[in-house]
Design a protein around this ligand. Structure first.
Ligand SMILES: Cc1cc2nc3c(=O)[nH]c(=O)nc-3n(C[C@H](O)[C@H](O)[C@H](O)COP(=O)(O)O)c2cc1C
Ligand code: SF4
Ligand code: SF4
Length: 280
C-alpha cells in the first residue's frame, strides 16, 4: 500500500521533530499512513530503500556547513532513487543559513527520478549552541508548516507525471562547503576536533555509547572513548545527562561564539511549492 515514506538523519533530534510534524500534518489530509526510516546510525545506512508506486517520499536532513552533511552524501545520493514518485525535501538549519542544502537535496531528487513537489527550510536549535535557534520550531513556524503541508497535499491530490517540480534557491551541485569562521572572522580550523569525557562527571551510565552516526564511540571501564571520525554532530554531548562530554577545542569554541553573536536575530522558515511563488 502506498504511504508517506519518511527518511531522516537527526543526531540531536531537531530534524526528527520537524519531519514528524510535517508527516503528521500531511497524513491528516491524505490518510495514507506514515512509515519512518532513520539513517542516523550506521545500521540505518546498510540497506538502500525501495519505494513502491504511489509512495510519497519525505526526505529530511540537517544542514551542515551549508550543505547536506558530507559524510551522509554518498548514502543519500544512492538512496534517493524512485520511479517518478512525488517527493518533499525538508532541511533544518540552526539560524545561520541553509545556503545550498535545499537545492542540493531537490537536485538529488530530480536526478534520482523523483518529482519534488514541495521543499522547506525550517529553523531548529543549532546543535552547537543553546541560544541559536532556541525554541524553534515556534508556534508560528508550526502554523506555517501546516499551511505548507496543506498546499503540498493539494498538489499531491492532482499529482501526475507531467506536474511541475519545485524550484528553490541555491546551487544543486555546490563545490564548496561553508567555511566556519572564528570571532574576528578568520577561518576556524576545527576539522580534527573531538569531544572529551570528564571522568569526574561520568557516571558510566552508557547512554552516549550507541548514538554516534559514525560509530566512533568505544568504551573503556564504562566510559566513552572517541576513536574514529567525528562530524561534530553533538549527539553524544547532548545525550549525556551529567554534562560529562564537551568540546574544548579553542577554534571550535571561537566559531560557536562567533555564530552566537552574528546570527542571533531569528531567521524565517522558508517554503516552496511546485507551480506557486515563494511563500514563507
Ligand atoms: C557540523 C554542523 C554544521 C552545521 N552547519 C550549519 C550551517 O551551515 N548553517 C546553519 O544554520 N546551521 C548549521 N548547523 C546546525 C544544524 O543544522 C541544526 O542544529 C540541526 O537542527 C541539527 O539537526 P538535528 O537536531 O536533527 O541533529 C550545523 C550543525 C552541525 C552539527
Ligand atoms: S563522537 Fe562526534 S560524530 Fe560521534 S556522536 Fe559525538 S559529536 Fe557526533
Ligand atoms: S552519557 Fe555521560 S555519564 Fe553516561 S557514560 Fe556517557 S559520558 Fe558517562
Amino acid at each position: 500500500m502506498a504511504k508517506i515514506k519518511v527518511h531522516y538523519f537527526s543526531p540531536t533530534g531537531g530534524t526528527l521533530q520537524v519531519v514528524r510534524l510535517m508527516a503528521e500534518a500531511l497524513d491528516r489530509m491524505l490518510h495514507v499512513g506514515v512509515e519512518y526510516h532513520s539513517y542516523t546510525l550506521p545500521t540505518g545506512r546498510e540497506v538502500l530503500p525501495v519505494f513502491d508506486a504511489g509512495d510519497i517520499v519525505l526526505w529530511a536532513t540537517p544542514v551542515y556547513a551549508g550543505r547536506i552533511p558530507n559524510k551522509t552524501l554518498d548514502y543519500v545520493r544512492a538512496a534517493i532513487h524512485a520511479n517518478g514518485n512525488p517527493s518533499i525535501a525538508l532541511v533544518t538549519f540552526g539560524n545561520r543559513a541553509y545556503d545550498n542544502a535545499l537545492a542540493e537535496l531537490v537536485g538529488l531528487m530530480k536526478e534520482g527520478g523523483m518529482k519534488p513537489v514541495g521543499a522547506a527550510a525550517m529553523v531548529t536549535r543549532h546543535a552547537f549552541s543553546d541560544t541559536l535557534g532556541a525554541g524553534r520550531p515556534s508556534a508560528e513556524d508550526i502554523a506555517a508548516l501546516d499551511h505548507f503541508a496543506a498546499q503540498v497535499a493539494e498538489r499531491l491530490s492532482t499529482f501526475n507525471a507531467q506536474l511541475l517540480t519545485v524550484s528553490v534557491p541555491g546551487e544543486a551541485h555546490p563545490e564548496k562547503y561553508y567555511t566556519p569562521l572564528k570571532v574576528g572572522n578568520a577561518p576556524a580550523g576545527f576539522l580534527e576536533a573531538k569531544p572529551a569525557c570528564n571522568s569526574a562527571l561520568c557516571t558510566r551510565c552508557g547512554k552516549c555509547l550507541d548514538v554516534c552516526p559514525m560509530g566512533s564511540i568505544g568504551e573503556k571501564d564504562g566510559m566513552p572513548t572517541f576513536d574514529g571520525i567525528c562530524i561534530k554532530c553533538q549527539a553524544c554531548r547532548r545525550r549525556c545527562p551529567t554534562g560529562a562530554i564537551a568540546f574544548t577545542d579553542p577554534e571550535y569554541l571561537s566559531h560557536v561564539a562567533m555564530i552566537e553573536r552574528t546570527f542571533a536575530a531569528p531567521k524565517r522558515a522558508e517554503f516552496y511549492v511546485a507551480g506557486t511563488t515563494h511563500s514563507r
